[in-house]
Design a protein around this ligand. Structure first.
Ligand code: NDP
Ligand code: DXP
Ligand code: MN
Length: 396
């Protein structure tokens, strides 16, 4: 009997992945991982918000069943003639939620940036899917609610964020009650060594020049303020169910040690690799298997220096906001996250100074009406409220 062709292997055994945010930095890396998976992974759906030419190229390569254009108005102006035969176009944000629930979707890669990714992540969890989670903002905004829903629906959350992927892997070395603390590493961003005067003069181009990672604009600005690490503290709080007191941040400029777990006996287990998102994406999509990867490897024939230093909470006050949101829970996460998204947008548009991003978030967090266990509807309303507050915020 002839061996199965790639096509038949795919249709019988392939894990069918819906890639939400396929045209972004994480999404594009996921497309490479899927294309190189020798038929083990099949892109069943790819979504884009506005970069439709890129989406069409991806569709020609992976031949998904569906492409989703979430900006429906922009989709009307696009020519879709180059879509491959057999690929159906769906439009509007509601198409994300319909698609992730489909019985033929096995895994959802949540790689939309910001709160825009919350409802589709929620829908995937609600449908009991395996969710490979890059969209950290969803967990920051609604961590306890998403975890509760995942338990009720039997959904599995697999981290894609490099630090959380490292921690997930390191946690396999001990039992939950043997964990002392999690140490999240941070590159320190482009301004790691800058003084307060320098920080006040930061330009958009300087903030977009990340020293070690090539990422989308929003997370790159977050890395520069260290708000990314603040969000990751909250993400770790809910993902691993550990209190803020057992979470730490260490600056590690090389971005080779992606995070560490310290166990009660003092042993510290870390995961190392060059900074390349294709590895944590592949780990989550292929889980529980490890496969040969496209990602860069460490070169053990070369001298390598790995540095660690504690963060400076004075120059980077975002960190304190992250620890506070992780300690308080409730509505603190959604407010910090939404205020930050709005403030980063204003900074990128030249309407806010770099050093105003975090004070704007702190001020909105301070003035909001805290609630300990909000519903999804309340969270979405607060998200909108926090954005409006940042629009009206004036630096004291
Ligand atoms: N980049 C990285 O290395 C890492 C990213 N992450 C997280 O992954 C997520 C994605 O980051 P990244 O890939 O850098 O971001 P990008 O900005 O590169 O990509 C964002 C993606 O989301 C889509 N999108 C934007 N707005 C909307 C919207 N309103 N509705 C639906 N889709 C939308 C974009 O579509 P389009 O481009 O077509 O307009 C694009 O596909 C973020 O949550 C980030 O924090 C986590 C760890 C590492
Ligand atoms: C790749 C990834 O996971 C990013 O979140 C990265 O960690 C950003 O780098 P910083 O450590 O500078 O925030
Ligand atoms: Mn990260």
């Amino acid at each position: 009997m002839a061996p199965p062709t790639a096509e038949t292997t795919e249709s019988r055994d392939a894990k069918r992945v819906a890639v939400l945010g396929a045209t972004g930095s994480v999404g594009a890396s996921a497309v490479e991982v899927i294309a190189a998976s020798q038929g083990r992974l099949k892109a069943i759906a790819l979504s884009a918000h506005q970069r439709f030419d890129r989406l069409i190229e991806q569709a020609k390569r992976l031949k998904p069943r569906w492409v989703i254009a979430t900006d429906a108005a922009a989709a009307k102006k696009q020519s879709w003639r180059r879509l491959p035969k057999g690929t159906e176009l769906l439009t509007g944000p509601e198409a994300l939620e319909q698609t992730v629930c489909h019985k033929d979707v096995d895994t959802v890669l949540a790689a939309i940036v910001g709160t825009a990714g919350l409802q589709s992540t929620w829908a995937a969890v609600d449908a009991g899917k395996t969710v490979a989670l890059a969209n950290k903002e969803a967990l920051v905004a609604a961590g306890p609610q998403i975890q509760k829903l995942a338990r009720q629906r039997g959904a599995t959350l697999l981290p894609v964020d490099s630090e959380h992927s490292a921690i997930y892997q390191a946690l396999k070395c001990g039992a939950a009650n043997e964990v002392e603390r999690l140490v999240l590493t941070a590159s320190g961003g482009p301004f790691r060594t800058w003084d307060a005067d320098g920080l006040r003069q930061v330009t958009v181009d300087e903030a977009l020049a990340h020293p070690t990672w090539d990422m989308g604009p929003k997370i790159t600005i977050d890395s520069a303020t260290l708000m990314n690490k603040a969000l990751e503290i909250v993400e770790a709080r809910w993902l691993f169910d550990l209190p803020a007191e057992r979470l730490m941040v260490m600056i590690h400029p090389q971005s080779v040690v992606h995070s560490l777990v310290e166990f009660v006996d003092g042993s510290v287990i870390a995961q190392l690799s060059p900074p390349d998102m294709r590895l944590p994406i592949q780990y989550a999509l292929e889980y529980p298997h490890r496969r040969e990867a496209l990602a860069e490897r460490l070169d053990w024939t070369q001298r390598m220096v790995l540095e660690f230093e504690p963060p400076d909470f004075d120059r980077f006050p975002a960190l304190e906001l992250g620890f506070r949101a992780a300690r308080e829970g409730g509505t603190a996460g959604v407010v910090v996250n939404a205020a930050n998204e709005a403030a980063v947008g204003q900074f990128l548009d030249g309407e806010l100074h770099f050093t105003e991003i975090v004070p704007a978030c702190a001020s909105v967090l301070e003035s909001h009406h805290f609630s300990p266990s909000p519903t999804l509807k309340e969270l979405l309303e607060l998200d909108q409220w926090a954005r409006r507050e940042v629009e009206n915020w004036v630096c004291a």
